[in-house]
Design a protein around this ligand. Structure first.
Ligand SMILES: [Zn+2]
Length: 462
C-alpha cells in the first residue's frame, strides 16, 4: 500500500498492448475500466500490458532473475499510482486476474472511481481451482451470473459441469423436464472460457446412473433392474450408450478433460448382481477398474484426459470419510490396477478432513485434485492438505439436487458462499482458518453475485 489514490474518470483512456487481442480480457477491461475509450495495440512481445492514464511505464521483467509473478502463466503485477495504473502479465489470463483484483479495490466516489495507490505482485498457490455444479434449464441465468461475478471474479479457472442429464439428441428417452439444452450448455461453456474457466464435463457412470434409467428407460442394461442405479459394465449396450452421450458432449466442451464419475458404485442395488450373466463371479474391483481403464483409454484416444472420484480406491482408515472399498486389500488392488493417467478427484467432506489419502495417492504416482464441500473447516483443512501434498488443486463441489436454479440460494446459501472460501484458499494459499481471514464470506459472495458486471457478455462494449 502506498499513499494517495488514483482517480479514473469516466472518460479516462486505457490501452491494451499484447501480441493478440484476447476477447475475454478485452471485455473484462471494458467492464473494469468503464467507458469505451480503450484501444488495442498489437506488439511483438509475448507479454500483456494494460495501462490507464499516464502512470510510470513499468517494464515486464525478463531474463534469469524473473520474479515469481512474471514467470507464472497466471501471475500479474498491478501498480496503481496517483496519475494512472498499469497491469503487467505474461498472459492474457494473468492480466485478467489483475483486473479482477482491481475490481475488488475500486471505490465509487462523486468524482468517479478511485483506487488506493498500491503495488501488487500476485500468482496462484494452486494450478487447479475448480467449481463443480449441475446445470439446468431454469438455472442458466444464475450460472451465467455465477461464472462472471463469482467464479471468474475470484480467479477460479475450472468449471466441472455435471451435465449428464442434458438434452442429448440421441437419447430423448431420458430427458427430464428441467434438463439443460445443448445450446444453453454451449453458452455456459463460452461464458466460462471468456472468464478463463476451462469447462470440464462430468458424466457419471457406472453408478449414480439414475439419469440413464429416467422414465423407466434402458433397464435392459441396468446391472440390477430391480434397483436401477448402475449399468452393467459388461453389457455392450452400456458402452454404446456412454459413447453416444460422450460423442455429443465432448464437442460442446472441447475440453482437455472429462470426469467420468466412478464414485459410490455399490451404494444402491447389487453390483455385481448374481443374476447378471455377464458379471456373475466377477468382483466389484475387477468391474470398476476395467470400466475406468476402458473409458480412460477411449477418451485418451480422443485427446482427452479422464478424471474419477477417489472413494472406490480408498479403504477403511485411509481417510476420515469417503472410503468405499470394503477392505484395504480391495483398495490396494484397485489402486494397483487403475491407470496412472486417470486423475483422481479425492473428495472428503468431513470438517476434520486431513492429508492422509492425498498423500497416499500422490505416493502411489497419481495426479490428484482435492474436492471439498461447504463446511468452512472442511474447505480450509482440505486446501492445506492439497498444498502440503503437491495435489494439483481444489474442486469446490455443490450438491443441491440435479437441476438447481436461483431458488436453491434461498435454502442452500452456504453452498454458494463456500465458493468464496475455496477460491481464497486455492489462490492465496493462506493458512488462517476462515474466521481469521478478515472478512465474511457470505457478505463477499452476495456483494459479488449481485454486482452489475458485463464480463464475458457477448456484445458488451467493443
Ligand atoms: Zn453385469
Amino acid at each position: 500500500m502506498g499513499s494517495g489514490v488514483c482517480r479514473v474518470q469516466p472518460d479516462s483512456r486505457w490501452v491494451l498492448r499484447a501480441a493478440a487481442r484476447d476477447e475475454g480480457l478485452w471485455q473484462a477491461a471494458q467492464s473494469a475500466l468503464g467507458g469505451k475509450r480503450g484501444t488495442f495495440e498489437k506488439v511483438a512481445q509475448p507479454w500483456v500490458t494494460l495501462a490507464v492514464g499516464s502512470g510510470s511505464t513499468a517494464n515486464f521483467p525478463t531474463g534469469p532473475n524473473q520474479p515469481r509473478w512474471a514467470s507464472d502463466p497466471e501471475g500479474y503485477r498491478l501498480t496503481v499510482e496517483t496519475n494512472g495504473l498499469v497491469i503487467l502479465a505474461a498472459t492474457a489470463q494473468g492480466a485478467f486476474y489483475g483486473l479482477q483484483t482491481l475490481e475488488q479495490l475500486w471505490e465509487e466516489s462523486a468524482e468517479g472511481r478511485l483506487c488506493p495507490v498500491v503495488d501488487i505482485e500476485d500468482w496462484p498457490a494452486m494450478r487447479f481451482r475448480g467449481a463443480h455444479w449441475f446445470p439446468s434449464a431454469s438455472g442458466v441465468p444464475m450460472h451465467q451470473k455465477l461464472i462472471r461475478n463469482v467464479f471468474g471474479a475470484f480467479k477460479l479457472n475450472r468449471s466441472v459441469i455435471q451435465c449428464e442429464a442434458a438434452q442429448w439428441d440421441k437419447h430423448p428417452e431420458i430427458t427430464a423436464p428441467n434438463a439443460v439444452s445443448k445450446a444453453d450448455l454451449r453458452r455456459l461453456v463460452a461464458t466460462g472460457r471468456g472468464c478463463f474457466l476451462e469447462p470440464i464435463p462430468l458424466v457419471n457412470v457406472p453408478g449414480h446412473a439414475e439419469w440413464i434409467f429416467r422414465n423407466g428407460s434402458n433397464l435392459d442394461f441396468a446391472e440390477d433392474p430391480q434397483t436401477p442405479y448402475a449399468y452393467c459394465v459388461n453389457h455392450p449396450k452400456s458402452f454404446a450408450f456412454i459413447q453416444d452421450v460422450l460423442n455429443e458432449c465432448l464437442p460442446v466442451f472441447e475440453s482437455k478433460y472429462c470426469h467420468i464419475g466412478h464414485d459410490e458404485v455399490t451404494m444402491r442395488g447389487r453390483f455385481p448382481s448374481p443374476e447378471c450373466p455377464r458379471c456373475k463371479g466377477a468382483t466389484t474391483t475387477e468391474l470398476v477398474v476395467k470400466h475406468a481403464n476402458r473409458l480412460n483409454e477411449w477418451l485418451n484416444e480422443r485427446g482427452v484426459e479422464s478424471m474419477v472420484w477417489g472413494d472406490m480406491l480408498l479403504g477403511p482408515g485411509e481417510a476420515k470419510d469417503a472410503t468405499h472399498a470394503k477392505t484395504l486389500a480391495d483398495a490396494r488392488a484397485r489402486r494397483e490396477a487403475i491407470s496412472r493417467k486417470v486423475i483422481i478427484v479425492d473428495w472428503h467432506y468431513a470438517a476434520s478432513a486431513d492429508a492422509s489419502s492425498l498423500e497416499l495417492l500422490r505416493k502411489e504416482g497419481f495426479r490428484v485434485v482435492a474436492a471439498s464441500w461447504y463446511t468452512p473447516a472442511n474447505i480450509h483443512h482440505l486446501a492445506q492438505a492439497a498444498l502440503a501434498t503437491g495435489a494439483e488443486g481444489l474442486l469446490q463441489t455443490t450438491w443441491m439436487g440435479y437441476f438447481p436454479d436461483e431458488q436453491a440460494m434461498k435454502t442452500q446459501l452456504q453452498q454458494f458462499t463456500a465458493f468464496v472460501l475455496a477460491a481464497e484458499y486455492a489462490w492465496s494459499g493462506r493458512k488462517e482458518p476462515p474466521a481469521q481471514l478478515g472478512y465474511d464470506a457470505k457478505e463477499v459472495f452476495l456483494k459479488a453475485y449481485n454486482r452489475p458486471r458485463s464480463i464475458g457478455a457477448p456484445g458488451a462494449g467493443g
